[in-house]
Design a protein around this ligand. Structure first.
Ligand code: EPU
Length: 337
């Protein structure tokens, strides 16, 4: 394990902004993680964990120690139709999804191609096309930084919500996820109700889909709509889809009868942030190398050498336009460092 000084973080994040980290260490085992934390403690330095860097916007140099999580490992326990897979926090999410689909297991296929690592998945309860990781989640092992002990958290302990968990809030600075266990199935249990997925399967002439068909459909949709971070820097959806009281939606609907909206179990309404931003005219906007993706208004992009502050400026102007026009607050999904 080597602790490097003054390292450019651009290759470690999908937005690709240049910013120097004071110290960087790549950890591949729990023991190395403990050593890295002990070192930061001795030096009285703050530390942060970086997974795939797919949900982070760097707005300046980063002081202290950046710990790059690369703990690998895949364990499998088969119990009848259930397959329990336990994966190291540093495994790449899409590699795990691909591997399960190759085994013929079902459960993760709708979440193909989500950037990031396994350890980050419970953190913000990633999801796509009608499925959240919470639906397959069994437990995760968590290092308590204050005591040095590893505890197993079940689903209730994680307090999952829409792009939410206890790890984003109460345990933000004290807990590090080191492995996650998911339950997938040997027989297919597919979710194909999401409009885009249903349309894609139909267009491909698939009538009785397999997990592989759903996986392929999701990969095709994402490649069509979302920019590939290897080509254009981005961090996926920049904002969460806002959930508003029914009355807010009713007011909005008097002027925008066709506004897409999803009624929640408690009667509140989830509005697609992409539609709100698009309606304000931001889709395809570009200033220098910072912009709003031309095919998905919820994705802010770095065309090359944009600085974090420029992206943040666009984000704030979008928030202010959406507030003024619709009376709706957009909350960032991306973490700003
Ligand atoms: N829309 C627009 N303009 C656009 C794009 C979309 O008006 O530029 C409209 C669409 O017509 C549709 C609605 O907005 O009515 C929703 O669009 P879409 O189905 O593309 O999904 P989204 O709500 O924008 C969410 C997740 C994505 C996830 C997709 C598919 C959030 C914040 N984002 O996006 O997750 O892949 O659904 O399930 O919940 C991410 O979190 O980083 C992410 C990419």
């Amino acid at each position: 394990m080597t602790i490097d000084r003054n390292i450019d973080l651009a290759p470690y994040t999908t937005f690709g902004m240049h910013a120097a980290a004071e110290h960087v260490v790549v950890v591949t085992t729990l023991d190395e993680l403990r050593q890295a934390l002990a070192w930061a403690h001795e030096q009285a330095l703050p530390w942060r964990i970086l997974g795939g860097g797919s949900n982070v916007l760097l707005t300046g140099d980063v002081s202290g120690l950046v710990i790059v999580m690369r703990i690998a490992g895949r364990d499998v326990t088969i119990d009848g139709d259930d397959v329990l897979i336990t994966c190291g926090a540093g495994e790449v999410w899409h590699d795990i999804v691909t591997w399960t689909v190759e085994q013929g297991w079902s459960g993760l296929e709708n979440m193909a191609l989500i950037p990031g690592t396994i350890g980050a998945a419970p953190m913000q309860n990633i999801g796509a096309y009608g499925v959240e990781q919470a639906s397959c989640f069994v437990s995760c092992d968590v290092l308590d930084v204050t005591t040095g002990t590893v505890t197993t958290f079940d689903r209730d302990a994680c307090a999952f919500g829409y792009r939410e968990s206890v790890f984003k809030h109460a345990l933000r600075d004290t807990a590090i996820i080191v492995s996650v266990t998911y339950r997938v199935h040997q027989t297919a249990r597919l979710v194909t109700s999401y409009r885009d997925v249903a349309d894609e399967l139909h267009a491909r002439g698939v009538q009785v889909p397999t997990p592989r068909d759903v996986f392929d459909a999701v990969v095709a949709i994402r490649k069509r709509k979302l920019p590939d971070p290897a080509e254009i820097g981005n961090a996926g959806s920049f904002f969460k889809n806002p959930v508003v009281p029914r009355a807010t939606y009713d007011t909005l609907a008097t002027s925008y009868q066709d506004a897409p909206h999803y009624v929640q179990a408690d009667g509140s309404i989830k509005l697609p942030a992409a539609w709100l931003i698009d309606t304000c005219g931001w889709k395809g906007y570009r200033s220098g190398d910072a912009g709003v993706h031309a095919r998905q208004a919820l994705v802010l992009v770095n065309y090359g050498s944009a600085r974090g502050a420029e992206i943040l400026d666009i984000a704030q102007r979008i928030q202010s336009d959406v507030r003024e026009r619709f009376g709706v607050e957009l909350e960032r999904e991306v973490n700003v460092w």
